[in-house]
Ligand binder design. Structure first.
Ligand code: GLA
Length: 383
């Protein structure tokens, strides 16, 4: 068996868990797929509609197959996949390498090849594969390898999204399992502190992600505003400034961009943010290099991330994690451009889409508390 699937950029899509928790249904997935197209998200690059935990019955059938909950999914998964595919989108589903999923539904342990075949028959394109309830005698590493082989044996191109929460130094071995993405942290919450904590914890893991296998910093909380049925995620909400910083960090750090708010109720501010093409282009950059962190003069709570892009451009992000406004300042010699090199950097603002022209030796930007800015920069000769 062989499949031709090579992941060339972080996957983009939507996942049911943050907002809808166990209240998922055929209708929700269809209306989300409709909204993904109608609201311009599909055009911006979002393609996976992912059903998280709680979609199946609590027991397998007589042949050991997983069975969709007949109340939530009365038309079955194949019919749903056909609908989603008809929109030009892809369908994702969830299982777990243990005997149960995290919410107590049947997991795929010792059913890996059977489940992979069933998912392939349904037309599933993405499998989020969690890490709860696996036998203590088997490393989850072994179980991720198993599911990867099972998916390959199914003959269908199915993205394997490992959800291992950053345990057991997952970044160091996950690429060799064949997984396409790996969750690197505990579950995100709709709060600034959670965003900050996840981002800071992954800055030293940048070298481990790139084409083929990306570091999944978890589902986006942008646009949730503290709403949602998941009591573990929905704990207060963030400001639009904080959601922007969240999105720019995930984009710069090459995380999959998986939206977690309701697409049907999404407001225009959220839609504009999540469809920002300049930001998405940085996230999807084909060269897939990680970013590095620079300190900024003045504020200890602010920092700069720099990323080399295909074609020679640089993405430069300014982030203020402090609770007060801060001036962030980049001196170009800190990123390898000495005075007297004869080159400066032209700056394009990814949020306003303005060209700011050639900057010679430095660039500074005042940011609000928890604020951010992102620029696409190009080397230019100084005359
Ligand atoms: C774990 C995962 C979450 C979600 C739930 C479902 O906590 O990390 O993203 O999938 O399980 O039960």
């Amino acid at each position: 068996m062989r499949t031709d699937f090579v992941l060339k950029a972080p996957p983009m899509g939507w996942n049911s868990w943050n907002t809808f928790y166990d209240q998922i249904s055929d209708e929700l997935i269809r209306s989300t797929a409709d909204a993904m197209v109608e609201k311009g998200l599909a055009e911006a690059g979002y393609e996976y509609v992912i059903i998280d935990d709680c979609w199946s019955q609590k027991t397998r059938d007589g042949e050991g197959n997983l069975v969709p909950d007949p109340v939530k999914f009365p038309h079955g998964m194949k019919d749903l996949a056909d609908y989603v595919h008809g929109k030009g989108l892809k369908l994702g589903i969830y299982s777990c390498c243990g005997v149960h999923t995290c919410a107590g539904y049947p997991g795929s342990f010792e059913h890996e090849f059977q489940d992979a075949r069933l998912f392939a028959d349904w037309g599933i394109d993405y499998l989020k594969y969690d890490n709860c309830f696996h036998p203590s005698t088997l490393a989850s590493e072994t179980l991720y390898r198993r599911m990867n082989l099972a998916l390959r044996a199914s003959g269908r191109d199915i993205l394997l999204a490992a959800c291992q929460w950053g345990r057991d130094e997952v970044h160091s071995w996950i690429r060799s399992t064949g997984a396409h993405t790996f969750r690197s942290t505990i579950d995100i919450q709709d709060s600034w502190r959670s965003i900050e904590q996840i981002a800071l914890s992954q800055l030293d893991k940048q070298a481990f992600a790139g084409p083929g296998c990306y570091n999944d910093m978890d589902i986006l909380v942008a646009g949730m505003y503290g709403k949602g049925l998941n009591p573990e995620t929905s704990i207060g909400g963030c400001s639009d400034t904080e959601y922007q910083t969240h999105f720019l960090l995930w984009a710069m750090m090459q995380s999959p961009l998986i939206i977690g708010c309701s697409l049907t109720d999404m407001n225009e501010t959220t839609r504009t943010l999540l469809t920002n093409r300049d930001v998405i282009a940085v996230n999807q950059d084909p060269e897939g290099r990680g970013c590095h962190k620079l300190s900024t003069y003045g504020s200890p709570d602010a920092f700069i991330l720099v990323r080399q892009l295909a074609g020679g451009d640089l993405a430069i992000g300014f982030f203020n994690f402090g609770d007060a406004p801060a001036l962030t300042e980049l001196h170009f010699w800190d990123l390898g451009l000495p005075l007297g090199a004869g080159f400066g950097l032209s700056f394009h603002d990814c949020m306003t889409h303005e060209d700011l022209g050639l900057q010679r030796e430095s660039f500074s930007r005042r940011l609000p508390a928890h604020g951010s800015a992102l620029y696409r920069c190009r080397l230019e000769a100084v005359r």
